[in-house]
Design a protein around this ligand. Structure first.
Ligand SMILES: Nc1nc2c(c(=O)[nH]1)N=C([C@H](O)[C@@H](O)CO)CN2
Length: 119
């Protein structure tokens, strides 16, 4: 299945980081998601109930990360991937989390994972 629903550059402000000083502030994370979904069904019905609703997924990402307040980006990615697969029935997804301010000499650092089985 080559069909996807994607979200790029979703910005989430949350407590994140391993150091003590990071637990007292919020920082910006930037999320990219690429999710397998059979778009032929909503393509035929023109009904959002058949679609993977990118607005609902975006809300879920923001709520999940703000509740989790992770130390590591790896933990954030793992929990987020599992929650999105469970809540929306996504079989396979690619997820990256960037932390733009973390290494001043780099424009961004982060993690990227793939979870699930391709459709
Ligand atoms: N692989 C990782 N390395 C580091 C992480 C992380 O989440 N994953 N986090 C930090 C600190 O929180 C850093 O971002 C503070 O600037 C260091 N390395």
């Amino acid at each position: 299945m080559a069909d996807r629903v994607f979200i790029e550059g979703l910005e989430v402000e949350t407590v994140v980081g391993v150091y003590d000083w990071e637990r007292d502030i919020t920082q910006r994370l930037v999320i990219d998601l690429d999710m397998d979904w059979d778009n032929r069904v909503p393509g035929a019905s023109d009904d959002v109930k058949d679609a993977l609703d990118y607005a609902a997924v975006s809300d879920c990402v923001i709520r999940c990360l703000q509740a989790l307040q992770p130390k590591l980006l790896e933990h954030a990615a793992e929990v987020l991937a599992a929650e999105l697969q469970r809540a929306f029935g996504i079989e396979f997804l690619r997820l990256s989390i960037r932390k733009p301010g973390a290494v001043p000499a780099a424009s961004a650092v982060g993690v990227r994972i793939e979870r699930g089985r391709r459709l």
